[in-house]
Design a protein around this ligand. Structure first.
Ligand SMILES: *[C@@H]1O[C@H](CO)[C@@H](O)[C@H](O)[C@H]1NC(C)=O
Ligand SMILES: *[C@@H]1O[C@H](CO)[C@@H](O)[C@H](O)[C@H]1NC(C)=O
Ligand SMILES: *[C@@H]1O[C@H](CO)[C@@H](O)[C@H](O)[C@H]1NC(C)=O
Length: 253
């Protein structure tokens, strides 16, 4: 007996499920297992970062998911909102992911266990210029969280090759834990700083976002980069003016 529903189900499996499965195979997962100064994290379960194609199979978005224990060594920020950017997020418990290209430009994605986030574009070391929004979701109980941000591909710099991830928690500042995927050399950089791109390591980002290989700088990046060059231009003008003033001063004296 021919059952059309079964044929429809099979067609559905063939057409829709298989690309889904292929996507599942395309995720990258990292466990944040080191303190910033190269000691293994042993006092709690590691915080993980998982990068996978977004719901549209990474044509337009990439999912960045943080999961791990809620350590509760910080108060919960009372002015932060679930699902919204929060500018002071790094003063509380949070996890971060950094995506850099060979030109030293990088995207920083931060989320906390209560569902607020921060997304920053850096035109070089800590040259943050843009506060962007993304769709987010949070699953959490009292002790474990899983937060996901669906990041538009246009937020990533083109040709991402390097990656690092970090998690921080604990107050006061002197008693704060800074944990990373790839630790820094504490002799060369004696303070915790997850922005030093030289410690990032290779990521096969094109596996989850093939379009990034051929991408151009998006309008978000062009905006950030032109803001940078206008600052450079004004600094150059100031130097010219200062030199001119000194010359005039010498001539007059
Ligand atoms: C975290 O990531 C590591 C490395 O991929 C994996 O072995 C581990 O099972 C993950 N833990 C959880 C809770 O997902
Ligand atoms: C919270 O969720 C985690 C992971 O699913 C589970 O291991 C843990 O037992 C849960 N804790 C509570 C208090 O429900
Ligand atoms: C520092 O943090 C630890 C938890 O890692 C805590 O047990 C300790 O009381 C804290 N010390 C201070 C001075 O806050």
């Amino acid at each position: 007996m021919f059952a059309p529903e079964i044929a429809v189900i099979w067609l559905h499996v063939a057409v829709f499920q298989l690309p889904g499965l292929r996507c599942e195979a395309n995720y990258l997962q990292f466990a944040i297992g080191w303190t910033w100064d190269r000691k293994p994290v042993v006092d709690h379960e590691k915080i993980n970062v998982t990068i996978s194609p977004g719901p549209d199979h990474s044509k337009y978005t990439v999912d960045v998911k943080f999961s791990g224990p809620i350590l509760k060594r910080d108060p919960q920020p009372d002015d932060a909102q679930k699902g919204a950017p929060y500018p002071w997020i790094t003063e509380y418990e949070c996890a971060q992911a950094f995506f850099a290209n060979e030109e030293g430009r990088y995207l920083q994605v931060i989320m906390d266990p209560y569902g607020s986030y921060q997304i920053l574009l850096h035109d070089g070391y800590r040259a943050e210029k843009s506060y962007l929004r993304a769709a987010s979701s949070l699953k959490a109980n009292g002790s474990w969280w899983e937060g996901k941000l669906t990041i538009p591909v246009t937020y990533f710099p083109p040709r991402v090759t390097k990656f690092n991830a970090a998690a921080e928690h604990g107050q006061p500042l002197g008693n704060r834990s800074f944990e990373v995927l790839h630790p820094q050399d504490p002799d060369k950089h004696p303070y915790p700083d997850a922005h030093v791109v030289q410690y990032f390591q290779t990521i096969n980002f094109y596996e989850v976002c093939p379009g990034n290989r051929e991408a151009e700088y998006s309008m978000y990046w062009l905006d950030v980069m032109s803001a940078g060059s206008s600052i450079t231009v004004s600094v150059a003008y100031l130097i010219v003016i200062e030199v001119a003033v000194k010359c005039v001063g010498r001539i007059l004296s």
